[in-house]
Design a protein around this ligand. Structure first.
Ligand code: PGA
Length: 261
């Protein structure tokens, strides 16, 4: 069965003290939840993944390394393993630190740093080679949705970025559907909009790979997902959890989202 996942993308936010307080508060809440065996609404405990800024990764891993059900990942990864790339961080380094995941292709990286699907495919290759599981982000911009091109846009992103992998490699990938118009805007996709895109993504995986590959892929929704709307989104049959930005910066809100299954 595919995994339910709630991931927190802290982006470029929080000073060290704030970051460590947030992590410790969440650890206490997760510890308590595990102790009491009390899970979310549906009685399920999702995997939790933190995506802090690079500079806090090591500190986060001091807290959560080998903690069952909690992963720690980077927000970005370079497409080369090492070399003269000033300011960059490689999958090999992430792995040597004990990190398990990396976001790849977040829309802010696509837009602000010009990352295209070809580069993202190379990042995915290096990540997988070094034991880092990529969370591949895809999603359309507002004009693309308004002109009814959203299914095609996401399909192209998947085909170019991901669908060159073989089925065994694909097992180590997570997909996050994040409509760009919903990110940080407070304008969340409706549960129906999320469901129909997630079902579309799953169908594409089935056509390219197999029913089993499609069934096992965790597909997360991201874009103004918060403590109020998470339960309704996560109740959709093809929504396997969330990639949370703003609402992952407050422990109460993020924990309520974790409990929304
Ligand atoms: P948001 O960000 O929850 O603040 O909209 C989501 C994301 O960018 O991953």
């Amino acid at each position: 069965m595919r995994k339910k996942i709630v991931a927190g993308n802290w982006k470029m936010n929080l000073g060290l003290d704030e970051a460590m307080n947030l992590a410790s508060e969440l650890k206490v809440k997760i510890d308590n939840q595990l102790d009491t065996g009390e899970a979310g609404v549906g009685g399920e405990l999702p995997e939790v993944i933190f995506f802090p800024p690079y500079v806090y990764l090591s500190r986060m891993l001091d807290i959560f390394h080998n903690y069952e059900g909690v992963g720690v990942g980077a927000q970005n990864v370079h497409h080369n393993e090492h070399g003269a790339h000033t300011g960059e961080v490689s999958a090999l380094m992430l792995r040597s630190l004990g990190a398990n995941y990396s976001l790849v292709g977040h829309s802010e990286r696509r837009q602000q740093f010009g990352e295209d699907d070809e580069l993202l495919a190379a990042k995915i290759a290096t990540a997988l080679k070094n034991g880092i599981k990529p969370v591949y982000c895809c999603g359309e911009q507002l004009p693309e949705r308004e002109s009814d091109k959203h299914f095609q846009v996401v399909e192209d992103q998947l085909k170019r970025g991901l669908f060159w992998l073989d089925e065994t490699q694909l097992k180590n990938v997570i997909i996050a559907y994040e409509p760009v118009w919903a990110i940080g805007t407070g304008r969340t996709a409706t549960p129906d909009q999320a469901q129909e895109m997630h079902a579309h993504i799953r169908k594409l995986i089935m056509e390219k790979y197999s029913a089993e590959a499609a069934e096992n892929m965790s597909i997360l929704y991201g874009g103004s997902c918060n403590a109020k709307n998470a339960a309704e989104l996560f109740a959709q049959p093809d929504v396997d959890g969330g990639l949370i930005g703003g609402a992952s910066l407050k422990s109460d809100d993020f924990f309520r989202i974790i409990q929304s299954f």
